[in-house]
Design a protein around this ligand. Sequence first.
Ligand SMILES: Cc1cc2nc3c(=O)[nH]c(=O)nc-3n(C[C@H](O)[C@H](O)[C@H](O)COP(=O)(O)OP(=O)(O)OC[C@H]3O[C@@H](n4cnc5c(N)ncnc54)[C@H](O)[C@@H]3O)c2cc1C
Length: 264
Amino acid sequence: MTSPDGAVFTDGLRPVDVLTVVAVTDVTPSVRRVTLSGDAAVVAAAGPTVNLLVPRVDDPDPRWPRIQRDGRIVWPEGSHGIALRSYTARRQDPAAGEVDIDFVLHGDGPAAAWAAAARPGALLGIAGAASLAERPARWLLLVADETALPAVSRILAAAAPDTTGVAFLEVAGPEEEQPLPAPAGVAVHWLHRGATAPGESTLLTDAVAGLDRPPGDDVFAWVGAESAAVRAIRADLRGRWGLGRAQHHAIGYWRRGRSMAPAG
Ligand SMILES: Cc1cc2nc3c(=O)[nH]c(=O)nc-3n(C[C@H](O)[C@H](O)[C@H](O)COP(=O)(O)OP(=O)(O)OC[C@H]3O[C@@H](n4cnc5c(N)ncnc54)[C@H](O)[C@@H]3O)c2cc1C
């Protein structure tokens, strides 16, 4: 029996797609780019948002879950050490069979630990993908910390050349800034939190609070950062700016002091 994309089902379940690390590069002191290789169809489907199955560091033979026909994950019984985490494919090249994922090396956490230790030959599973939920608009507001820079880079790269707007991007300092090609009419502002811990600064919230809504309705705001900051910004955009549901997408990318999903 096969799934619509040709994968084999056993007892109604199919294996997860697995990619292999082929290169690891440090983009900035705290962002590690992992280049993964795999089947062209798997790479084409692996993004822009991707659900990663992250094995324990140096696990040579991960006990992968399997996938139901409806896409649900069926975990193996007992301890398997695989964590489910959302990431963004910064680059997808199905012809070359490659996908790049930029991991913030924030310290604790299965995904950050895996990326810090990643070497060519390491394996990473994939259990589904989703869109970035962005919408083209004449005027764009982008608000992100370092975890959402891959998403912002894709949104800016896909924006029409005559797009106008503002991007507020929070990182630790100048050494964490990344080249981000953007339409000339989008003003990119890097905000440096310095010694303040990630998730504790109010830079993004304050920046949005100091910005007036542009005239017209062809406006879209995309926000990805620590959950508490995102909540405050979402409330501001819905309240003071009066943005409707179709005019914004604001999602917590991580939660201070909490894992994003239970590890196995
Ligand atoms: C749709 C989506 C796309 C994402 N894309 C990316 C991406 O491309 N690159 C990327 O790096 N992240 C991305 N993230 C964020 C990433 O999923 C979270 O940071 C996740 O918590 C990391 O998992 P972990 O196993 O390393 O840590 P967890 O087990 O989830 O957390 C362990 C501890 O680390 C803390 N923590 C988690 N993230 C951070 C951080 N960034 N800074 C400081 N402390 C942190 C938590 O508060 C917790 O205390 C994305 C999130 C979403 C929802």
